[in-house]
Design a protein around this ligand. Structure first.
Ligand code: NDP
Ligand code: 2IT
Length: 446
């Protein structure tokens, strides 16, 4: 890194020294951008890098609600509207105890590039709360969602900012959030995506991120290693929305998924994971993955999720959360002969893990490229809502596959153009940035 990128990174490191996740995402992106900006001095003259790494605004608010015992609870709520140069702010809401401004700024910054990669006109944003859904009743989740939307609705709109799901926010939460939005505004529009099918949701949105990840991975394996998922041993971390549908598609494509995890630990099943059992435990009963052992005597369980990376596998799909795979984990995967690491989560590999995987010639794709299928189908849901139409599952799934394959091709072509061979991280950062920066230049100093 040199010149403008290094200067901007130093500046934000001083200003936001306490926001480690935001700085990590910024460093990873800026590290790729020297070549892109050196060919266009206007980007430096117009301070595009300086503007690009900072969100347009961070909205933060209090969320008060009453729990089942009648006690008042207070949480922090946020919406980071990062960049709308190429379209309305778009990105998920995360409900997790760890949520803070740093995490939402990293997610928002990544979302700006990811949404650009989809080829659809969407800017980037992210929001959420430190509300922890674990162990909460349906009624408590509903009252929290209503309180959250009571404040959030002032800042969003179908042409302004369109939230969706992320960790802790799935179909149930989107339903409650949308219900409160309707109650407050008297509007029925496409202000949220990931809605239920009876009230404007798109067929294919629920599995889109996981399916899209496998479409991307399959395209990369075919083109760069002349192989496919067929016969491969696959390890998937997490057991939420992204992990479930990634595992399902990997199995459909002929892979064998042998392990999955939650935040407490991981299960290994040499016979191949029984995905329906995991679904019942994690999505229906909202219980711990350890319960898998009850009906699967050949399976084993280990406390602590990160041990999952010590299992031998051909393909690793980290689909849980940020920084879940560090340099030591990457070393173990490499020692065990991994062929590819394709990210389903956002920033699951640490900077050191990414660098090592790339240096050792492992196929590696960053989340902003390989998990873009979720937001891409959100973009299709927005189009269907605007047109008052709905497409079949097959129509949506085939558009998703085309989008993921072209994201792969564009990232690869960009990497090759700059002499970076198979470096899909470089390709994703530069290709995503080119469109956003060109729009920012055209829009003037705003
Ligand atoms: P969910 O809330 O559906 O699932 C999260 C899963 O990850 C849960 O099984 C959770 O377990 C598990 N988990 C949390 N922390 C860890 C950990 N340290 N190690 C292992 N497992 C852990 O979220 P999603 O599946 O929607 O999101 C997963 C990732 O994918 C996130 O990074 C998200 O930002 C990203 N993503 C999501 C998209 C979407 O469309 N939903 C789109 C693109 C990216 P537990 O039950 O114990 O909490
Ligand atoms: O990280 C992501 O891309 C998401 N959580 C999905 C965002 C969206 O608007 O569908």
């Amino acid at each position: 890194m040199n010149g403008e990128t290094a200067r901007v990174l130093e500046t934000i490191k001083k200003q936001y020294y306490y926001q480690s996740e935001y700085l990590q995402a910024a460093e990873e992106i800026l590290d790729s951008l020297d070549a892109a900006i050196s060919s266009n001095p206007a980007l430096t003259d117009w301070k595009i890098i300086e503007r690009f790494v900072r969100p347009d605004r961070v909205i933060s608010f209090r969320v008060c609600w009453v729990d089942d015992k009648g006690e008042v609870q207070v949480n922090n709520g946020y919406r980071v509207q990062f960049n709308n140069a190429i379209g309305p702010y778009k990105g998920g809401l995360r409900f997790h105890a760890s949520v803070n401004e740093s995490i939402l700024k990293f997610l928002g910054l990544e979302q700006v590039l990811k949404n650009s990669l989809t080829g659809l006109p969407m800017g980037g944003g992210k929001g959420g709360s430190d509300f922890d859904p674990h162990g909460k009743s349906d009624g408590e989740v509903m009252r929290f969602c209503q309180a959250f939307m009571t404040e959030l609705h002032r800042y969003i709109g179908d042409d302004i900012d369109v939230p969706a799901g992320d960790i802790g926010v799935g179909g149930r939460e989107i339903g409650y959030l949308y219900g409160q939005y309707k109650r407050l505004t008297h509007r029925s529009d496409g202000v949220l995506t990931g809605k239920g099918i009876p009230f404007g949701g798109s067929l294919g949105r629920t599995p889109a991120t996981g399916y899209g990840l496998c479409y991307f991975a399959e395209a990369a394996m075919k083109k760069l290693r002349n192989t496919t998922f067929a016969g491969k041993t696959v390890v998937v971390s997490g057991s939420g929305n992204v992990a479930h549908y990634a595992a399902e598609k990997a199995i459909q494509l002929g892979g064998k998924v042998v392990a999955m995890s939650d935040s407490s630990g991981y299960v290994f099943d040499p016979n191949g994971i029984d995905l329906e059992a995991v679904y019942q435990i994690k999505q229906v009963r909202r219980a711990r993955i350890k319960e898998y052992l009850a009906d699967h005597p050949k399976a084993t369980y280990c406390d602590g999720p990160s041990g999952i990376w010590s299992l031998p596998c051909d393909v690793a799909l980290p689909c849980a959360t940020q920084n879940e795979l560090d340099e030591n984990d990457a070393k173990k995967l490499i020692a065990n002969g991994v062929l590819g690491v394709f990210e389903g989560a956002n920033m699951p590999c640490t900077l050191a893990a990414q660098r090592l995987l790339i240096e050792k010639g492992i196929l590696y794709s960053p989340g902003k490229a390989s998990n873009a299928g979720g937001v891409a189908v959100s973009g299709l849901e927005m189009s269907q809502n605007s047109m008052r139409l709905s497409w079949s599952f097959e129509e949506v799934d085939s558009r998703l596959k085309t989008i993921m394959e072209s994201i792969f091709e564009n990232c690869l072509a960009t990497a090759v153009k700059y002499g970076k061979q198979e470096n899909l991280l470089f390709g994703a950062n530069v290709y995503g940035f080119e469109k956003v920066s060109s729009a920012m230049l055209s829009l003037g100093v705003i």
